[in-house]
Design a binder for this molecule. Structure first.
Ligand code: TMP
Ligand code: MG
Length: 297
C-alpha cells in the first residue's frame, strides 16, 4: 500500500478540515497549493469579486447590503423608486442564482436588470456627497479577515484586482470605511458619472454585470500584461460568472479557484464543487483564503 501522503498540505491545514469546506479533487488542490507555495509571492496575483465575496452575505441571519442595496435601502432613494428596485430584484435575483439556467440564458436578463436598475438610480437625483453617509448607514460589511488580507497583500506587494458588477464608488467607500484602499488594489466595476454639481447623471464605460466579466477581463488585458510574470492566480468569487474573471490572463500557470456558496445551497453545491477547487458554504470569514496566503507570503 502506498503511504497516504498525497494530500499532506491539505491535511495540515485546520481551516480546510471544517465541514463547510468542500474540495472535490483533493489531489489537484494539493498540487496547486504545493506549486503556489513553492513559487511564492512574487509569482502571485489575486483576482476577486466584491459583493458577497469580499463583502458579507449575512449577519445574524439578516442579509447584508450589496453595493446596489446600499443605495436602494438609503433615504436617498424615494419610496416610489425603492418599490421599483425591489420589484426588479425580486424578478432578476432568482434568475442570477438559478441552478438550472445556463449563463448564456441568464445574460439577457442580467442586462435588463442592470439597465433598468441604473436608469432608476439616475432618476433619483443622487449626489456624490451623499454616498459616504449611505454606506455608513447601511449594513454592508466586509467578511471577517478582509482587513488582515488587504494589509498582508499590500505589505507583500501582491496585486489584487477587484472585479465587480456592483458600483465602484460604493465598493471603494465600503472598503475605506471598514478597512483601507491600498495602492496594490485595482478596481474594475461600474463607476458613477457625476455632473459638475455632483449629481449622478449615468455610469461610465461599459457595463459590468454578473455574467460578462470575461469581456471585462479582455478589456483589461493591459493590466494583466503588466503582471505577466505573476503566473499564479488565486481567484475568489460567489457566482458562476466570477469564474470568468481571469479570462485573457496571459501565461497563466496555476489558478486556484475559491468559491463562496452563500445562497440556494443544496441546488448549487454540486455545480460549485465541479467549478471551484474549494467551496466554502455559508462562511462569513476569509479564514480559508487567509490560511493559504499565510503559507505563500
Ligand atoms: P459583484 O459582481 O460584485 O458580486 O456584484 C453584483 C451583485 O449586485 C450581484 O449579486 C447582483 C447585485 N445587484 C443588486 O443587488 N441590485 C441591483 O440592482 C443589481 C443590478 C445588482
Ligand atoms: Mg458577487
Amino acid at each position: 500500500r502506498r503511504p497516504k501522503k498525497r494530500t499532506k498540505i491539505i491535511e495540515m491545514m485546520d481551516e480546510l478540515q471544517k465541514e463547510n469546506v468542500y474540495i472535490k479533487d483533493k489531489e489537484r488542490v494539493e498540487k496547486l497549493l504545493c506549486q503556489l507555495i513553492q513559487d511564492g509571492k512574487s509569482k502571485l496575483q489575486i483576482i476577486t469579486d466584491f459583493d458577497m465575496t469580499l463583502s458579507r452575505f449575512s449577519i445574524n441571519g439578516k442579509r447584508c447590503a450589496t453595493c446596489h442595496n446600499v443605495l436602494e435601502d438609503s433615504t436617498l432613494v424615494p419610496e416610489s423608486k425603492k418599490q421599483i428596485l425591489d420589484e426588479l430584484r425580486d424578478t432578476y435575483y432568482p434568475i442570477e442564482i438559478n441552478a438550472k439556467m445556463t449563463i448564456e440564458e441568464k445574460i439577457p436578463f442580467m442586462m435588463e436588470w442592470y439597465t433598468k436598475g441604473t436608469g432608476v438610480l439616475v432618476e433619483c437625483g443622487l449626489k456624490q456627497s451623499d454616498l459616504s453617509l449611505a454606506v455608513k448607514e447601511s449594513n454592508a460589511q466586509l467578511r471577517e479577515g478582509c482587513d488582515w488580507q488587504f494589509h498582508a497583500l499590500h505589505e507583500h506587494s501582491v496585486p489584487m484586482l477587484i472585479f465587480s458588477a456592483g458600483i465602484g464608488d460604493i465598493l471603494e467607500e465600503i472598503i475605506k470605511q471598514h478597512s483601507q484602499m491600498y495602492a496594490n488594489m485595482r478596481v474594475v466595476s461600474n463607476y458613477m458619472d457625476f455632473n459638475h454639481d455632483g449629481m449622478l447623471v449615468g455610469f461610465k464605460g461599459d457595463l459590468v454585470h454578473t455574467y460578462n466579466k470575461n469581456e471585462g477581463a479582455l478589456r483589461n488585458s493591459d493590466y494583466f500584461t503588466t503582471l505577466k510574470e505573476r503566473r499564479n492566480i488565486i481567484l475568489m468569487g460567489d457566482s458562476m460568472g466570477d469564474l470568468r474573471m481571469a479570462d485573457g490572463v496571459p501565461n497563466m500557470q496555476q489558478i486556484l479557484k475559491i468559491g463562496f456558496l452563500n445562497d440556494n445551497i443544496e441546488e448549487r453545491l454540486e455545480k460549485y464543487k465541479e467549478a471551484y477547487d474549494i467551496v466554502l458554504v455559508s462562511d462569513s470569514t476569509m479564514d480559508v483564503p487567509n490560511a493559504i496566503l499565510k503559507k505563500i507570503l
